[in-house]
Ligand binder design. Structure first.
Ligand code: FAD
Length: 382
C-alpha cells in the first residue's frame, strides 16, 4: 500500500499494464522456482528465456528494433516486481537486459543490431558484461585487459572477474584498453582465445551465477568493435545510470517483500496473549520499514522519471542506489528480527532477501563509490 501518487509510479496506462503483467508472472512462475535455485546456486536459463518471450529483455529498446519502446520507469517496474519474487534471478535479468542489451543497443551499428538483437531479445542467447577485473573494480580505469589491432581483427589479453551470467552466456560486452584508451567490444563465447572460468560461489543472489572471463590472445573481428575506438568510457557511463536505477528498483522489491512478510507475521504470531503487532518494539520495526520502503520508492521513481537516452542524471542515480541499498538491507534485517527464529531459517525467505540485499551495497558501484561521486558532483565549481 503505497502513499505515493499513481502518476509517479505509472505515468501511462502502458506502465500500469506492464506492472500487472510482470507481477502476475513473478508471483506465480518466478516465485515457484526461487528457493530451489537459491539453494542450488543455479541460474534458471529456461526462465530467462521465458522473460524474452514476454518481451521483458527489450523494455528500453525502441519498438522499431523489436523492443517495447518504453523508458527507465518501465525498467524500474520490471526490476521491482521480479525482485519481489526472486532477487537472484532478477540480477541475471539485469545483467542480460541492461548490462548487455541496453548498453549494446545504444552503441551498436544497424548491422551489429541485426546480428545480435533478435537472439538476445528472445532470450535464445544469454548475455553479460565484463568490466571488473581481479585487480580493478572501483578503480575501473586501472583495468589491465588490453586490445591491439591485428589486420581485420582485434586481439584481447586479460581477465575479468565477478561476471554475472558468465557460465551460461554466449555473448558479452567487454571493456579493454586499446593504446591506453578504454574501448568496447562484443565477444562471443566461440571466439578463439576466449574461455570462462569455473563458477564463483557467493553469499547471496545465488539464483544468478558468475565466473571469470579469460582472454588469451582472443581474436575479435574488427566488426565487433562497439562504438568507436576510445569510446568505452562514454558507453560505460551512459549505461551505469540505468544499471543503478535497476539495482535501486531491486532493493525496492526486496524491501517491499520483507515488509509484507513481517507485517503478516506480526498479526498472526501471538506472545503474552496478543499479536506481536501490538508490542511497541515490533511496531517500530514495521513503521520504520514502511518509511524506508516509501523513501526508496519515491527516490527511485522520481529519479527514473528524469533518465533517458538523451537525459543524464548521475547525481540522482548515485543517490537512489546509495540510499536504496542500505535501506533495503535494514528492512530485511528488521524482517528477520520480527520473525525471530523463523526469520533466521529458510521457510519465510527473509534470510535469503537479507543475503541478497547486501549485494546492492557492492555491485554496480560500492557505497563508497557513490559517496565519492556525489561529493565530487556537489563540490565541483559551477
Ligand atoms: C554478485 C556480483 C555480481 C557482479 N556482476 C558483475 C558483472 O556482471 N560485471 C562486472 O563487470 N562486474 C560485476 N561485479 C563486480 C562489482 O561491480 C565490483 O565488485 C564492484 O564494483 C567493487 O569492485 P571490487 O570488488 O574490485 O572492490 P574494490 O574496488 O577493490 O573495493 C574494495 C573496498 O575499497 C573501497 N574503495 C575502493 N576505492 C575507494 C576510494 N577511492 N575511496 C574509498 N573507498 C574505496 C570500496 O568501496 C570497497 O569497500 C559483480 C560483483 C558481485 C559481487
Amino acid at each position: 500500500m503505497s502513499s505515493l501518487p499513481d502518476r509517479l509510479l505509472h505515468p501511462t496506462d502502458e506502465h500500469a499494464m506492464l506492472r500487472a503483467t510482470v507481477r502476475q508472472w513473478a508471483r506465480s512462475d518466478v516465485e515457484r522456482q526461487a528457493m530451489a535455485h537459491d539453494q542450488a546456486g543455479t541460474l534458471n536459463v529456461a526462465l530467462l528465456r521465458k522473460a524474452g518471450e514476454l518481451g521483458l529483455h527489450g523494455v528500453t529498446i525502441p519498438e522499431a528494433d523489436g523492443g517495447a519502446g518504453l523508458d527507465a520507469t518501465a525498467s524500474v517496474i520490471v526490476h521491482e516486481e521480479l525482485a519481489y519474487a526472486d532477487p537472484g534471478f532478477t540480477l541475471a535479468y539485469l545483467a542480460h537486459a541492461l548490462l548487455f542489451v541496453n548498453n549494446f543497443y545504444c552503441a551498436a551499428t544497424p548491422a551489429q543490431r541485426a546480428r545480435y538483437l533478435p537472439r538476445v531479445l528472445s532470450g535464445e542467447l544469454v548475455a553479460g558484461m565484463g568490466m571488473t577485473e581481479p585487480s580493478a573494480g572501483t578503480d575501473v580505469l586501472a583495468m589491465g585487459t588490453v586490445a591491439r589491432r591485428d589486420g581485420d581483427h582485434y586481439v584481447l589479453d586479460g581477465r575479468k572477474t565477478f561476471i554475472t551470467n558468465a557460465p551460461e552466456a554466449g555473448v558479452f560486452v567487454v571493456y579493454a584498453k586499446l593504446d591506453g584508451r578504454l574501448t568496447t567490444f562484443v565477444v562471443e563465447r566461440g571466439f578463439a582465445g576466449f574461455a570462462s572460468g569455473t563458477k564463483i560461489d557467493k553469499l547471496g543472489m545465488r539464483a544468478s551465477t558468475m565466473a571469470e572471463l579469460v582472454f588469451d590472445g582472443c581474436r575479435v573481428p574488427a566488426d565487433n568493435l562497439l562504438g568507436i575506438e576510445g569510446g568505452g568510457i562514454t558507453n560505460m557511463m551512459r549505461n551505469l545510470e540505468i544499471e543503478r536505477l535497476g539495482l535501486a528498483a531491486m532493493s525496492l522489491g526486496m524491501a517491499q517483500r520483507c515488509l509484507d512478510v513481517m507485517t503478516t507475521y506480526a498479526v498472526e504470531r501471538r506472545t503474552f496473549g496478543k499479536p506481536i503487532a501490538d508490542h511497541g518494539q515490533i511496531q517500530r520495526y514495521i513503521g520504520d520499514s514502511y518509511a524506508r520502503v516509501e523513501a526508496i520508492r519515491a527516490l527511485t521513481y522520481g529519479v527514473a522519471a528524469t533518465v533517458g537516452p538523451q537525459h543524464r542524471n548521475r547525481l540522482g542515480t548515485d543517490a537512489a542506489k546509495l540510499f536504496a541499498a542500505t535501506a533495503a538491507k535494514e528492512v530485511a534485517d528488521a524482517a528477520i528480527q520480527v520473525l525471530g527464529g523463523y526469520g533466521y531459517c529458510a521457510e519465510y525467505r527473509v534470510e535469503q532477501f537479507w543475503r541478497d540485499a547486501k549485494l546492492i551495497e557492492i555491485g554496480g558501484g560500492t557505497l563508497e563509490a557513490h559517496q565519492k561521486n556525489i561529493t565530487r558532483d556537489l563540490t565541483r565549481p559551477s
